[in-house]
Write a protein that binds this ligand. Structure first.
Ligand code: GTQ
Length: 363
């Protein structure tokens, strides 16, 4: 027969209330003790120890994929339901199927598909969560971040660092859809979220398209620049500039057996990640790439930019094509295969884990 403690080991943390009585209808000394401590808002560690400190990460996240061809029509319907102005941001949140109702794609990250129609403005605001945009569909809408206006095209990686004022607008003739990734669950975990609304719709434009890339991403820096910041000063890492770098890596044989020919989006001032809470990569998988197994503690969001392939994760096969978004949970083994030459963007909370000294990987 299970002792009360053994029975309770299976219980979820916080649900440690002992059953009332054993088969004789008597409450054991331990159970009675648990009840006495419970009245003082205390609970026995030994009941939950294995749950709260597992031998290795037990992810609550599920592997999942959003096929763009399936979700685009639903995203487009939003244009008839609400304006960007009324919504503030017209976004369909990508909810991890194992975390429905929690507005998150992983435990630490939020993701969503944002739609902006021709002529629309998403008004200026700022918040302590940091954001990135990865452009999926359409071309020519802009975002302004701290006065720099950047025109966005598919594959562009755009930063909105924490507390940076930003507004979006679409002066093109086509709808535009991009992937937003924000560290909202992380910021709320620390209970550190602030938000500021502005009365004007747009901020004044001070700097042109690609200003920060030219200024900080060209191997030179403005004289006297503070080089200790933990966020990249570059607003847009345009795909048109980044894509040829992958070809250079692949041509020279710089191909990782797990990740393909891959670079990390860097803060040019420090060589560190582009943001303290979120780090991103762009990878080229050569045609017929068969990646080796890999796992790491950062649950990772992927976007297929070009090509076609599949990612095996936790016994599941996620088959992807252009603009599909998929997620690989923490510490689950995965491997990529590519039928055609493919490009994968990926983003995770790895910088935050590294800063805390807890990130691990295994090949
Ligand atoms: O574009 O500023 O998906 O504030 C969620 C919150 C996008 C944005 C989101 C936001 C934004």
């Amino acid at each position: 027969m299970d002792s009360p403690a053994q029975t309770l080991v299976k219980a979820k943390p916080g649900k440690t209330k002992p059953k009332n009585g054993n088969k004789n209808g008597k409450i054991s000394a331990r159970e009675a003790y648990y009840e006495r401590m419970s009245k003082h808002d205390m609970a026995p560690l030994w009941v939950v120890l294995k749950d709260i400190i597992p031998d290795e990460p037990k992810t609550v996240c599920a592997p999942a994929i959003w096929h763009f061809k399936d979700v685009k029509p639903i995203v487009m319907e939003a244009a008839e339901m609400i304006s960007a102005k009324e919504a503030t941001r017209r976004v369909l949140v990508l909810e991890n199927p194992a975390l429905r109702g929690q507005s998150r794609i992983t435990q630490s990250l939020y993701a969503g598909l944002q739609l902006i129609m021709p002529g629309e403005i998403a008004p200026v605001h700022r918040h302590s969560p940091s954001a990135i945009r990865f452009i999926l569909d359409g071309e020519g809408a802009y975002t302004q971040v701290e006065g720099e206006k950047t025109i966005m095209a598919p594959g562009d990686f755009v930063l909105t660092p924490n507390w940076a004022a930003h507004d979006h607008g679409n002066t093109s003739k086509q709808p535009m859809i991009w992937l937003d990734v924000l560290d909202v669950p992380t910021i709320n975990f620390f209970e550190t979220c602030f938000y500021k609304h502005y009365d004007n719709e747009k901020q004044n434009t001070r700097l042109d398209h690609e200003d920060s890339m030219a200024r900080y991403g060209s191997g030179v820096l403005p004289d006297g620049m503070d080089v200790t910041t933990n966020r990249s000063p570059i607003i847009n890492y345009p795909y048109a500039r980044m894509r040829p770098i992958l070809d250079r890596l692949a041509r020279s044989g710089d191909i990782d057996p797990r990740h393909g020919a891959r670079f990390r989006y860097a803060n040019p001032l420090t060589g560190g990640w582009s943001m303290p809470t979120m780090g991103a990569h762009l990878a080229l998988l050569p045609k017929n790439f068969k990646g080796k197994d890999y796992r790491a503690t950062d649950s990772t969001i992927f976007v297929c930019v070009e090509g076609k392939g599949a990612t095996k994760v936790g016994g599941k096969m996620l088959e992807w094509g252009p603009r599909d978004v998929f997620v690989v949970p923490s510490w689950q083994k995965y491997s990529h295969t590519a039928a055609q030459e493919s490009v994968l963007f990926s983003i995770s909370d790895r910088p935050a884990q590294e800063a805390l000294g807890i990130w691990r990987e295994q090949t």
